[in-house]
Design a protein around this ligand. Structure first.
Ligand code: GAL
Length: 558
């Protein structure tokens, strides 16, 4: 896997043709009507306090956001996550603040936040309940958006617990919110919190300004690195894309979840975490308890030259140019003609990491500046080496000359290439969302021939444990065909299940279900109508068993 990555990155390293599209996106930053022209910055209550929030605590946080200098460093949104609301709506069906936690009501807390020069963010959920089982917005969408607008809300984090019960595809569901927000006449950012369900692929930017690329982040470095990989690596998309960079830009951002800076075991990890979020143009929503924040953590969160990389108006998400399984290098071309480079060691051994200037679109002698130390390191020829990087050690540097022509980024995969049309084996196509274990192509999961009912197959997808992948059809296919079954090498009596859903998991619209199968069951023929569908989701679930989607293809005829 890692060798493939490396090959891929090497193949891609010479592609430095800036597409018109990227230019168009980067130029749109000057449009004032764009909400979130740079990744939103703020503080959110969840990672520090979960549902244990109240009026005094939030006011204290607002005060500290000002006194610590965080507001002036760019952290403008103060977002109240789950737990602010009363367990029941009022007689008019409106949401109410929890009367014990927020006796002054939500408008008052919003006014306080605004009085500090901050913006007010709030949490809701598009299911009938929130994740904490408080009243969700399903079938109350307009009422709730109206309440938020009246309270002066500027930012809505919209979660997705129970949304699969709504009977609406995510695109249908979010269109309801988008329209309801527009109807209020108040600009409010919509942060799509859907655990990385694939909003980048199915058009999240039509509805909101940011979308999660991962499940929840936790306060340990392994979780931080995993979340970073969902946006900057292969963890949520086909490796050919080299991360999700091509889906981000001014007004629409990939969100690998809120910051755990200040909550990790070691300071070097807090800094590595912040560096990754900055190079990935991720929203910077601090999630530490500001009332006990040390000066060191405050200084990490306020590191001005590092934040500048994140907030660069060009809005190009950083992308990986090197990965050997331990050392990784990311590049983020900036608006001023320089480029930011993160060199990071995720492995246990100390290493040196070298960035070749050729791989970031530069050559010969280049100025290098250390953005954490705010120090010019000098002029280097052809490459720069970060020496003796310990575990989680990293350097964030800026390379090049300010004021030169903006550097080109990599070439985006054209939509045509990942939209499946004509007769196509799915193992020859790029999936746009991956959750779980990625499939093996044209082999069973262990790399052997796919065999079902005694027949050998040259094509197909081999899965194990849980594999969920989404393909974009854009209404261009008619039927999906395959033979599905458990591989003969699977353990006796263990079960596995194949399902196909429309769009994504929250749509809840299943169009094929093998039900539980064992390896004793014959392979099952699938031949279903997929005409007019924009996306299909293939899901295999089983514990130790191997599942085969033999001969899986879409065809454009019956
Ligand atoms: C989760 C969400 C978290 C937090 C929590 C609140 O689904 O991913 O970020 O909002 O719900 O209950």
């Amino acid at each position: 896997m890692k060798t493939n990555n490396l090959k891929l990155l090497k193949n891609r390293r010479n592609f430095y043709l800036l597409t018109l599209l990227i230019f168009a996106v980067s130029c749109s930053k000057s449009d004032d009507s764009v909400l979130a022209p740079t990744p939103p910055m703020g503080w959110n209550s969840w990672n520090a306090f979960q549902a244990d929030i109240n009026e005094d605590r939030i006011k204290e946080i607002a005060d500290i956001m000002v006194s610590s200098g965080m507001r002036d460093a760019g952290y403008e949104y103060l977002v109240l996550d789950d737990g602010w609301m009363a367990p029941e709506r009022n007689e008019q069906g409106e949401l109410m603040a929890d009367p014990v936690k927020f006796p002054g009501g939500m408008k008052a807390i919003g006014d306080y936040i605004h009085s500090k020069g901050l913006k007010f963010g709030i949490y809701e959920c598009r299911g009938y309940l929130t994740c904490q089982k408080l009243p969700g917005s399903f079938e109350h969408e307009q009422t709730d958006m109206n309440s938020f607008a009246e309270w002066g809300v500027d930012y809505i984090k919209l979660d997705a617990c129970y949304a699969e019960k709504n009977g609406r595809l995510s695109t249908e569901d979010l269109a309801v919110y988008h329209n309801a927000i527009e109807n209020t006449g108040r600009p409010m950012i919509l942060s799509i919190s859907d655990f990385g369900n694939g909003a980048w692929a199915w058009g999240g930017k039509e509805y909101g300004q940011l979308w999660r690329t991962s499940g929840d982040i936790y306060p340990w470095i392994g979780s931080v690195y995993h979340c970073a990989e969902t946006s900057g690596g292969d963890a949520s998309i086909h490796p050919a894309f080299n991360g999700l960079w091509q889906f981000a830009g001014p007004g629409h951002w990939n969100d690998p979840d809120m910051l755990q800076v200040g909550n990790l075991e070691k300071t070097i990890q807090d800094r590595a975490h912040f560096s990754l979020w900055c190079i990935l143009a991720a929203p910077l929503m601090a999630g530490n308890d500001l009332t006990v924040m040390t000066d060191t953590i405050r200084d990490i969160l306020k590191a001005s030259e590092v934040i500048k990389v994140n907030q660069d108006p060009r809005g190009h998400q950083g992308y990986k140019i090197y990965d050997d399984g331990d050392g990784e290098i990311y590049n983020k071309p900036l608006a001023d003609g320089t480029t930011a480079v993160l060199l990071i060691n995720k492995g246990d051994k100390d290493i040196d990491l070298t960035v070749d200037f050729e791989d970031i679109g530069l050559k010969d002698r280049q100025k290098v500046r250390d953005l954490w130390k705010k120090k010019n390191l000098g002029v280097f020829k052809d490459s720069y080496t970060a020496k003796n990087l310990t575990k989680d050690g990293h350097m964030l540097i800026r390379v090049g000359k300010k004021g030169s022509k903006p550097l080109e980024g990599p070439v985006a995969i054209p939509e045509e290439e990942y939209t499946i049309s004509g007769d196509t084996y799915l193992s020859d196509a790029y999936y746009v969302v991956n959750r779980g274990v990625p499939p093996v192509y044209d082999r069973n999961f262990e790399g052997n021939k796919i065999i079902l009912n005694g027949r050998e197959y040259d094509k197909g997808l081999g899965c194990k444990s849980r594999s969920v992948i989404i393909f974009k059809l854009d209404g261009r296919a008619n039927r999906f065909k395959a033979t599905v079954g458990l591989d003969e090498s699977s353990p006796e009596n263990e079960t596995g299940r194949f399902r196909i859903l429309v769009e994504d998991a929250f749509g809840g619209k299943s169009i094929f279900d093998s039900k539980m199968m064992t390896k004793e069951d014959d392979g099952m023929e699938v031949n279903i109508d997929v005409s007019d569908l924009d996306f299909i989701l293939l899901e295999f679930t089983g514990k130790q068993v191997l599942g085969n989607w033999a001969d899986a293809k879409v065809v454009s005829h019956d």
